[in-house]
Design a binder for this molecule. Structure first.
Ligand code: SF4
Length: 328
C-alpha cells in the first residue's frame, strides 16, 4: 500500500492547498487591493495557458495538494474559466475546487461553474450600502454583486461564504447589518483584517477584529467551532449551529504556524508566502521542456523556500506587490 504523497516545508507544515490566480485583472479597484488607474498588469503571453496550468496543478496534486482555489484579480474575467474548472476538478488528487470572486460576473457563470466541479464559492462583500461599495471598490456595482450572490445561491452553492474586509472608520458601522444579511440568507460570514500588502494610496484603515469577535460572541452566545475548508479562518458558531462567523486575523492573531498554502500567480510565479517575497518561477521550466519528475523536484525545491511567517507588524511596508497579483 503506497503512502499518500505530502509536501512538507522546513517548518513541518503540510502544504495541501494551492491558491491559483488565473488573472491579475479586475473590474473593481478595492481600496486595500489595487490603486485606481493601475496599469502594471502581466503581459498576456506571460500568462500560463490552460495546458500549462493543468500540467502544473496535476504535479502539485501528485505531491499531495488536495485543495485548489481559483482566484485573481477577478477570476471570472479569465476567458473560458468554467472549462478550466472542469479540467482541474477532474485531476486525480484534487478533492476540493473552490472560487473566490467579487461576484460582479457570477450571475453569468454560476450554473456552469457548479456543473464543472466548483464546489464552494467565497464572495467579497464589504458593504450593503450602494454609496459605500462605490467608495471602497471605486465602482457603482452593489446591484451586480448582489445579483451574482443570489445566482450562486440559486445554482446550489452552499454554504456561500461572504468575506468582509473590516475597515476602521469605513465600514465597521455595518458589521451588524452584514451579520443580519448573512443570517437571513444562511451565508457564512467571515471578517478579514486588512493587510499591509502594496500601498494603494487609498483609505484602508486596519481594524483589530478581536473586540468585534468578543462583542459578537457575547451578543449571540457563540461558541468556538470548526467549518469545512482549509483556510485560516477561526470560527464561532451559535449553539443551534444555525449561525457561523469566521475571523481571519493575520495581524491581531496570525495563523502562520498552521499555514498549509502557497499561491501561484497568473505568470507561473509561485509565491510561497503572502507576506514575504520568497518565490519560484515555473513558466520558463514549463516552456523549457521539463519532464514530469523534474517538475515534481522543482515543486519540492519551491516549497523548501517557504518562510516561517509574515512580518506585517514588524515591517508593514515590506511587500510592495499588490494583492491583485497573487490573490488574497
Ligand atoms: S502570511 Fe505566509 S506563512 Fe502566514 S499564513 Fe499567510 S502565507 Fe502562510
Amino acid at each position: 500500500m503506497t503512502t499518500p504523497a505530502s509536501l512538507t516545508d522546513r517548518y513541518q507544515r503540510n502544504i495541501e492547498y494551492l491558491r491559483l490566480s488565473v488573472t491579475d485583472r479586475c473590474d473593481l479597484r478595492c481600496a486595500y487591493c489595487m490603486p485606481e488607474g493601475f496599469k502594471g498588469y502581466e503581459e498576456p503571453d506571460h500568462w500560463l495557458n490552460f495546458d500549462e496550468i493543468e500540467r502544473l496543478v496535476a504535479a502539485f496534486a501528485r505531491l499531495g495538494v488536495k485543495r485548489l482555489r481559483l482566484t485573481g484579480g477577478e477570476p471570472l474575467l479569465r476567458k473560458n474559466l468554467p472549462e478550466l474548472a472542469g479540467r482541474l476538478s477532474a485531476l486525480p488528487g484534487i478533492e476540493d475546487l473552490s472560487l473566490s470572486t467579487n461576484a460582479t460576473q457570477l450571475a453569468k457563470y454560476a450554473e456552469q461553474l457548479k456543473r464543472n466541479g466548483v464546489s464552494r464559492i467565497n464572495v467579497s462583500l464589504d458593504s450593503l450600502r450602494r454609496d459605500r461599495i462605490e467608495q471602497i471598490t471605486g465602482r457603482d456595482c452593489l446591484d451586480r454583486i448582489l445579483a451574482g450572490i443570489m445566482a450562486g445561491k440559486k445554482a446550489g452553492f452552499a454554504p456561500i461564504k461572504i468575506n468582509m474586509v473590516a475597515l476602521q472608520g469605513v465600514n465597521d458601522d455595518e458589521i451588524d447589518t452584514i451579520v443580519a444579511f448573512c443570517l437571513e440568507h444562511e451565508f457564512i460570514l467571515r471578517f478579514i483584517e486588512s493587510m499591509p500588502i502594496g500601498s494603494t494610496g487609498r483609505e484602508a484603515q486596519f481594524l483589530d477584529l478581536q473586540p468585534v469577535k468578543q462583542r459578537l460572541q457575547e451578543r449571540f452566545g457563540l461558541v468556538e467551532g470548526m467549518l469545512p475548508g482549509g483556510g485560516p479562518a477561526r470560527y464561532l458558531k451559535s449553539v443551534d449551529g444555525k449561525f457561523s462567523v469566521g475571523f481571519i486575523t493575520p495581524i491581531s492573531q496570525h495563523f502562520c504556524e498552521t499555514c498549509n498554502r502557497v499561491r501561484l500567480a497568473v505568470d507561473g510565479t509561485l509565491y510561497t508566502c503572502l507576506g514575504q517575497e520568497e518565490k519560484f518561477e515555473f513558466r520558463p521550466l514549463l516552456r523549457g521542456g521539463i519532464t514530469d519528475s523534474e517538475l515534481e523536484d522543482a515543486i519540492r525545491e519551491a516549497i523548501s523556500l517557504k518562510p516561517e511567517r509574515h512580518e506585517f507588524r514588524e515591517e508593514p511596508c515590506k511587500i510592495v506587490r499588490f494583492m491583485s497579483s497573487t490573490g488574497g
